[in-house]
Design a protein around this ligand. Structure first.
Ligand SMILES: C[S@@+](CC[C@H](N)C(=O)[O-])C[C@H]1O[C@@H](n2cnc3c(N)ncnc32)[C@H](O)[C@@H]1O
Length: 482
């Protein structure tokens, strides 16, 4: 038989690396702190992120320590929300890599914060909230702001239709497409749009959050506050700009009124029969009352205080293959956390991408349930969104093959995070099974070790023998040595 897999599934308790999640606050509004880490590596949540490794930072650090001496350069491939980069930055020199610009901004801002983050944040907030741009915007949006206040007051008194309509039909872009917008909202939106046009604000990046996402993801009051802060941040450069944008993303993640705090689609406040989902009304009202300026300042403070050593860190926006083929750094280890379901990150975080790129993207339309006439997509998605091969069933195996092959060519240890599918938990199906994944790893690395990190005690011998039923943990770290 060709080289047999050398898989060590470490079952004994002392070898199982555990992440104790018991003390992590469950309220998504509170920054989660992992108590078992030493204070200097304590990491708060940056944004609510699908597949975030916030709760697994201790085992990830230990796995990296087992292959890479502290102080050496390491790579956080698929860096997402930046929490792993931040947790490693105190002891290693970190290069963060992700295909999304919002991730580059987050990581760059987190690992290289400016010295006077909080003071600068307060100055920016004061200019944004008291400056002429906000006054102008407020005047234009007055009809909509008044309308949304009435809807909130009505909802508190039990009449929720207006609020439901805001989340369903909000977005000034909807006026350009098919007009099934309820009359009161339509009138207020038209009046505001006319005012924006008169002042040259009806297109362009300066009002993109207000026009694209106001109504659906944020209240118009919140959307306007984001645009005013973004205008100020746009005047900054390099690491200052990245840091303050990162604090804005964290504020957007707090404020957005969606169930998972992502941006895949606005909350549906009505069920398929058109009846309001009353249990979501309170929460939606609370989200829409969240103060953007206050959350931004709170994040300037919490993100600015984190310790990340004095090493040189960098964040790069690029495709993983392109990076591995072109970057010449001698990494002591590559930590990789690629997507493992069909969900494209570019759909879940398109709002942050638009804030990061500060452009006026073309948006997707749909003909579903609109008699063949194109109308604005519910999620107001950017048309050009990255489609990751890891999320496409026919391409996922090839994508992993390229990942293992490219890291192995560099003769660098690879630590891969994976979350095997367990049907009984009802989570999203994975595109590759653990067996398939380990099979690819073994083709390229001489030693492959798979370690459960979810705190579950496994009472089966997890040998990769065809005859043995394998009970994988919800999260594993696969350590591959050349
Ligand atoms: C599971 S998430 C990473 C989560 C991250 N470790 C954290 O804790 O926040 C996967 C990431 O892979 C990125 N990604 C997807 N396809 C990519 C590609 N072709 N090249 C680089 N990054 C990619 C996504 O943008 C996403 O941020």
């Amino acid at each position: 038989m060709a080289r047999r897999w050398r898989i060590l599934l470490l079952q004994a308790a002392h070898l199982v690396i555990r992440a104790d999640t018991n003390d992590v606050p469950t309220d998504p509004r509170q920054p989660a702190v992992l108590p078992e880490l030493a204070p200097r590596t304590t990491v708060a949540r940056t944004i609510h992120y699908l597949g975030s490794k916030l709760r697994l930072l201790a085992p990830i650090r230990r796995a990296i320590e087992s292959v890479a001496p502290q102080g050496r350069p390491i790579c956080d491939l698929f860096s997402g929300s930046g929490v792993v980069s931040l947790a490693l930055a105190s002891d290693w020199e970190v290069t963060s890599v992700d295909i999304q610009e919002y991730s580059r901004v987050l990581c760059s801002g987190l690992v290289n914060p400016p010295a006077d983050a909080l003071d600068e944040g307060r100055r920016l907030r004061d200019r944004a909230s008291g400056g002429p741009f906000r006054q102008k915007l407020r005047r234009c949006l007055n009809p909509l702001l008044t309308h949304e206040r009435h809807c909130a007051t009505d909802a508190l008194q039990g009449d929720v239709d207006g609020l439901c309509d805001l989340l369903e039909h909000g977005s000034l872009l909807a006026l350009d497409t098919r007009g099934d917008i309820p009359p009161l909202l339509h009138r207020a939106a038209n009046a505001s749009l006319r005012e924006l046009s008169k002042r040259g604000l009806a297109s362009g990046p300066a009002t993109v959050v207000t026009r694209h996402f106001g109504g659906r993801y944020f209240s118009w009051e919140q959307a306007m506050d984001f645009d005013t802060l973004l205008a100020e941040i746009d005047l900054l450069k390099d690491r200052e700009r990245d840091f303050h944008l990162a604090a804005i993303f964290a504020a957007a993640s707090d404020a957005v009124s969606t169930i998972g705090k992502h941006f895949a689609q606005p909350t549906k406040l009505r069920d398929s029969a058109g009846l309001p989902k009353l249990h979501l009304i309170d929460r939606t009202l609370r989200d829409r009352e969240t103060s953007v300026y206050d959350r931004y300042i709170a994040h300037c403070q919490s993100l600015g205080e984190r310790h990340r050593g004095s090493r040189r860190h960098r964040a790069v926006r690029t495709d993983y293959v392109e990076f591995l083929e072109s970057d010449t750094t001698q990494f002591a280890a590559v930590y990789a956390d690629p997507p493992y379901t069909r969900d494209h990150y570019s759909r879940y975080y398109h709002v942050l991408e638009t804030m990061a790129l500060r452009d006026e993207p073309e948006v997707a339309t749909t003909k579903i349930r609109s008699n063949g006439v194109p109308r604005l997509s519910r999620g107001v998605y950017r048309l050009q969104r990255h489609q990751s091969p890891f999320c496409i069933p026919t391409k996922a195996a090839g994508a992993f093959e390229q990942l293992f092959a490219n890291v192995a060519t560099r003769r660098t240890p690879l630590i891969l995070s994976y979350s095997p599918y367990r049907a009984e938990t009802g989570n999203r199906p994975r595109l590759l099974t653990m067996d398939e994944l380990l099979g690819i790893a073994q083709k390229h690395f001489s030693q492959v070790e798979s370690i459960p990190v979810d705190g579950v005690t496994h009472n089966k011998l997890n040998l990769l023998d065809r005859n043995v039923e394998v009970d994988y943990a919800a999260e594993v770290l696969i350590t591959c040595r050349p």
